[in-house]
Design a protein around this ligand. Structure first.
Ligand code: C2E
Ligand code: CA
Ligand code: CA
Ligand code: CA
Length: 275
């Protein structure tokens, strides 16, 4: 066909350049946004499975970009990790989340996501201690969510880091459980307070018996080793019914609530209603 060959290659190259240009622009925008703390933290409720009352919130970062609109963390967190901005951004998110939670009733907790890079950074513990002290949040109300990838490599070091976090009185959850390749080994070697069952398992509950069997096994495992389980990504009543039935302790998902602004989260707390 006409236009193939060198023309196609040139076009391809032009697109590559454009993409590189685009990425560089996004990177410098991210740097500026981190410098000026131009992010929002949203709060998504986690509910007690039996009562559907709010027990805590997960803090989720949002980047309102002036020309691109709201940019998803799925896009900018990896970019922040590649550019080394994640420590500063993560510390900001932690502070913002703790600051907000410090004004909530004592029985409501806050969960904050930790990038593997933050987990391994020597600044993690000082940042935690400092944030708890300056916001006045009781450590027992804070929970950190880490994924398996944080635990790859140097096992002894990771055990020590986990231990020192828990010695502060802060709890640690294993996020996206089941999506990595050594989840079970990690449960054996590290002490966690909670397992979060990845939403892909919850959302495929009705599409095949094996998915249901996996969810079933994770919840049973949690019960047997005395670790709470949270099912994330619950969107329908029938997904809810099926995880409640299996004995899962907490739930999170659009069925109960989408991530809320700080203001809406406060309103949801004061309404005291099951959701
Ligand atoms: P995650 O930690 O697995 O967070 C749960 C994600 O599932 C959130 O996406 C949440 O909005 C979404 N979600 C909750 N319920 C439902 C549901 O019923 N259906 C569907 N389809 N989705 C649901 P979000 O906010 O876009 O965050 C994406 C990821 O970005 C998070 O996944 C987390 O890995 C990362 N992230 C967000 N905030 C932070 C942060 O402050 N620090 C770090 N390191 N990562 C963050
Ligand atoms: Ca999470
Ligand atoms: Ca998750
Ligand atoms: Ca995830």
């Amino acid at each position: 066909a006409k236009g193939k060959g060198t023309g196609g290659a040139a076009l391809f190259e032009a697109r590559m350049l454009e993409e590189q240009e685009d990425r560089r622009k996004l990177e410098s925008d991210l740097r500026l946004a981190v410098q000026h703390s131009q992010f929002d933290v949203f709060f998504q409720p986690l509910v007690d499975m039996k009562t559907r009352e709010i027990v805590s919130f997960e803090a989720l970062l949002r980047w309102p970009h002036e020309t691109r609109g709201m940019i998803s963390p799925e896009l900018f967190i990896p970019l922040a990790e590649e550019t080394g901005l994640i420590n500063q951004l993560g510390a900001w998110a932690l502070r913002r989340a703790c600051e907000e939670a410090a004004n909530w009733p004592e029985h409501i907790g806050i969960a904050v996501n930790l990038s593997p890079l933050q987990f391994k950074s020597s600044s993690l513990l000082p940042t935690l201690v400092n944030t708890l002290a300056t916001t006045g949040l009781s450590p027992k109300r804070l929970e950190l969510e880490v994924t398996e990838s944080a635990l790859l490599g140097a096992e002894a070091t990771n055990v020590t880091i986990l231990k020192s976090i828990r010695e502060l009185g802060v709890r640690v959850s294993m996020d996206d459980f089941g999506t990595g390749y050594s989840s079970l080994a990690y449960l054996q070697n590290f002490e966690f307070d909670k397992i979060k069952i990845d939403k892909r398992f919850i959302q495929s509950l009705e599409s095949g018996a094996s998915n249901a069997a996996i969810v079933d096994a994770i919840i049973k495992l949690g019960i047997q080793i005395g670790i709470k389980t949270t099912a994330e990504g619950i969107e329908t009543e029938s997904q809810y019914d099926s995880v409640v039935l299996r004995g899962c302790s907490e739930g999170q998902g659009y069925l109960f609530s989408r991530p809320l602004t700080a203001e809406d989260a406060r309103a949801a707390i004061s309404s005291k209603l099951p959701i």
